[in-house]
Design a protein around this ligand. Structure first.
Ligand SMILES: Nc1ncnc2c1ncn2[C@@H]1O[C@H](COP(=O)(O)OP(=O)(O)OP(=O)(O)O)[C@@H](O)[C@H]1O
Ligand SMILES: [Mg+2]
Length: 386
């Protein structure tokens, strides 16, 4: 990797300093900006190779370095501050920053340092490659895809289960499906699973959650061996869950799997919010009717109010497409800014029969006799894999 392709995350709260850094960093490829209150929520999703952290006004820089080190031990942290302070310099370096740069005097040093950073990233990558040699897949950051909608009954649970199943069958990826409908569940119905274990069993290991803990609570779908983490299906248990738990659950999952699929409820609370923030991609499921368009608009506003930035990571999935829809897909294109990633047809009889018999829509790789919904979903998954 060269410095042009390295992912750089700049954490800065002041606009003036942000402008200054933006100019300095023009030659470098992938530079993203965030603020100190946001960085904890975004760091894992972005997964930067290097972090430039400007000391926040509240002096939380050292604590943030420790946090970032802990979450992403491979990333290289550079600390920038406007104050010359030796005690701070010592703390910052012992927390794990590789450089301490004084602003604005030493800004010209930054360009020099970027070369050094490139070399460091390169070295770390080689070490990492060596560490995983012999393993079939490089461990690291799996992708997190959430299925969300502002309207109930639009098809999230059917689509998330069938998508995860097809992804598992059609590729060699390690796939985990998580049901975050904490009160009512739903995934178990479409995949015919039956276990008392649920993600709530991970609450006691919140701080040390690892792959073994996760595997202990998942159940495998018998045809595909897709791993599924069921919901506790209990309001009281759901109430005890915290944002921290959800965010640690998702982060631990993405360290152990290539893809983590999440089925979300319509209900927006801090847990749904956390899952959306942790997602690399949000599949927004909608139907071809006016209520769907209205809920989409409401969700758009809600995301804005909550500060959920969906730029480049929200795609629309149109479900239950038939001749009798009130709207056409072409109408949606004019109404909504987000890209439409897939169209899934309506097949009431086929889907109902599968659910009643307790069999998933697709059972084997390359299956020949697929129903129309499963076919659409497989095409969608394949289009994402290439
Ligand atoms: N493309 C489709 N063709 C036929 N039936 C479908 C299709 N998509 C979903 N359904 C059916 O519609 C109903 C609602 O789907 P699903 O439960 O997946 O929606 P949801 O968005 O998860 O709803 P909830 O708000 O209850 O969580 C289910 O009975 C499902 O089998
Ligand atoms: Mg559902």
């Amino acid at each position: 990797m060269s410095i042009d392709t390295a992912k750089i995350l700049v954490v800065v709260d002041y606009d003036s300093v942000k402008d200054l850094l933006r100019e300095t960093l023009v030659p470098y490829g992938d530079v993203q900006f965030t603020t100190s209150p946001e960085v904890k929520l975004e760091i894992d999703r972005i997964g930067p190779d290097a972090v430039l952290l400007v000391q926040p006004e509240d002096g939380s820089g050292v604590e943030l370095i420790q946090y970032i080190q802990n979450e992403l031990p491979q990333s290289i942290i550079i600390f920038l501050t406007e104050k010359q302070d030796f005690a701070l310099l010592r703390d910052v370096v012992s927390a794990g920053a590789v450089e301490y740069i004084l602003l604005p005097d030493e800004l010209n040093l930054l360009n020099d340092r970027m070369e050094k950073i490139a070399e460091l990233i390169h070295q770390r990558e080689r070490k990492l490659d060596a560490a995983v040699a012999g393993q079939p897949f490089a461990r690291g950051r799996g992708k997190v895809y959430s299925f969300y909608s502002g309207k109930g009954g639009s098809g999230r649970t059917l689509l998330s289960t069938a998508y995860a199943q097809a992804l598992k069958l059609e590729s060699a990826n390690r796939v985990l499906l998580i049901d975050l409908n904490l009160q009512f569940g739903g995934v178990e119905t479409f995949l015919s699973l039956d276990t008392n274990r649920s993600l709530a069993d991970l609450m006691p290991v919140l701080h040390e959650m690892n792959e073994n803990h996760i595997r202990n609570v998942t159940q495998r779908e018998i045809h595909s061996k897709l791993e599924v983490m069921l919901s506790p299906r209990d309001a009281e248990t759901a109430e005890q869950m915290t944002e921290e738990f959800i965010s640690r659950l998702i982060r631990a999952s993405r360290r152990s799997y290539d893809y983590v699929m999440i089925d979300l409820p319509t209900h927006m609370d801090e847990l749904t919010y956390t899952a959306l923030e942790e997602s690399d991609l949000i599949y927004y499921v909608m139907n071809l009717d006016t209520p769907s368009v209205q809920s989409y608009r409401q969700v758009e506003n809600l995301f804005k109010q909550l500060g959920i930035d969906t730029a480049g990571r929200l795609e629309i999935v149109v479900n239950m497409v038939s001749k009798h829809n009130e709207l056409k897909v072409a109408d949606l294109k004019g109404l909504l800014p987000a890209p439409i990633t897939a169209e899934i047809c309506l097949d009431q009889a086929g889907v109902q029969a599968a659910v009643n018999q307790g069999v998933p829509l697709q059972k084997t790789a390359n299956e020949k006799k697929l129903g129309p919904v499963a076919k659409d979903i497989r095409n969608w998954v394949r289009s994402k894999l290439t």
